[in-house]
Design a protein around this ligand. Structure first.
Ligand SMILES: *Cc1c(COP(=O)(O)O)cnc(C)c1O
Length: 358
């Protein structure tokens, strides 16, 4: 069987929208898309009188080379969020099919599924937030079409071993598409499992320029999978998902000097993560700092609500993650610049000594 047998039959036979840009390009006088013939005013809009290339060749090449895959194995969209949404829509029939997630994890998998009216089956992570492979496999009912694995996981920070991912993939061949979300993999000690797409046609990888590549505002994310899955996703993508200025920003970020900057910042984040992980537990308000392979730390506090307010009062916004199972006393703190991290430590120190005086 083909992985496409898991997809919605009506999507496989859908006649995709054929945009003007797809049908013809390269002319000197472009009168096929009802665009304005005049440039908008201002530098920021240069070239924006024209619809963008739906999957710009230069960006596809740059990303494919960055990730070590072929162009036809990669779809670029508006962040990995869009890829998650398109996967759910392509594979899950409303009211019939399901996805599996492992709470506590990234919320968009469940949100996209609910929008599509697909069921969300939960196979919780173990108490140390590691993947419970047998619990996960037991949760994969016949209705399940997509299994999301987030590594390193948001919000716990823990990564899944390549061996565990492989075990899941082997067990689910022909049964479900395994979607490995590697939004934070650039910060991890362990490598990406992107090579698995060559051995498993039912494995898909999500990557993004939003975190390590400093481009959250440009919304550029990739889905990497077998050429068949990518072709299916391209059938249902919006006609022109990628705004031209965002494509230009991504190409600059992926240039040699952009790559140098990204590498340098990843090194700083990893160093700062080590420092924060060593210093935070010395503060009396801190119960535990969870090990993290991402650019954030999940930190358990004696009184997380109080710490949140104190940080906020000092102008520092962190993420309250107390609503997640197993994290009822935790805040998620992104690793910032060395100065920003020192500020966090200073405020927490102050909070502590004020309390002792009171
Ligand atoms: C931030 C994040 C994303 C979203 O990435 P975009 O490319 O900005 O849409 C995806 N997955 C996880 C786990 C994230 O934390």
């Amino acid at each position: 069987m083909s992985v496409l047998d898991l997809a919605r039959p009506e999507i496989r036979t859908l006649q995709p929208y054929s945009s003007a840009r797809m049908e013809a390009g390269g002319g000197q006088i472009m009168l096929n898309a009802n665009e304005s013939a005049w440039q908008p005013i201002g530098e920021a809009g240069a070239g924006c009188n024209r619809y963008p290339d739906p999957q710009p060749e230069r960006l596809l090449c740059a990303l494919a080379s960055l990730y070590g895959v072929k162009r036809e194995q990669l779809f670029v969209g508006r962040g990995s969020d869009e890829a998650i949404d398109l996967l759910v829509r392509a594979f899950c029939r409303a009211g019939q099919d399901a996805i599996v997630v492992q709470p506590p994890t990234f919320g968009m998998y469940a949100v996209s599924a609910r929008i599509q009216n697909a069921a969300v089956i939960e196979a919780p992570l173990a108490t140390d937030f590691s993947l419970d492979v047998s619990a996960l496999l037991a949760a994969v009912a016949p209705s399940v079409k997509l299994v999301f694995l987030c590594t390193p996981n948001n919000p716990s920070g823990k990564a899944i071993s390549g061996a565990d991912i492989e075990q899941v993939a082997r067990a689910l061949a022909g049964r479900a598409l395994v979607v490995v979300d590697e939004a934070y993999i650039e910060f991890a000690d362990q490598p990406s499992v992107i090579d698995m797409i060559d051995g498993y046609e039912h494995v898909a990888i999500l990557r993004t320029l939003s975190k390590a590549w400093a481009l959250a505002g440009a919304r550029i994310g990739s889905l990497i999978a077998s050429a068949d899955v990518i072709a299916l996703i391209r059938r249902i993508m919006p006609p022109y998902p990628l705004p031209s200025p965002c494509v230009a920003a991504a190409l600059e970020a992926l240039s040699p000097s952009g790559q140098d900057a990204a590498r340098e910042h990843i090194t700083v984040v990893r160093e700062q993560r080590t420092i924060m992980r060593r210093v935070l537990p010395q503060l009396s308000c801190v119960r535990e700092v969870l090990p993290s392979e991402a650019n954030f730390l999940a930190v358990r506090f004696a009184d997380a609500g109080d710490v949140y307010q104190r940080l906020l009062h000092a102008g520092i916004v962190v993420r309250d993650i107390r609503r997640y199972p197993g994290l009822g006393d935790a805040l998620r703190i992104t690793i910032g610049t060395p100065d920003e991290n020192a500020r966090v430590l200073a405020v927490l120190n102050e909070a502590m000594s004020n309390k002792e005086r009171a």
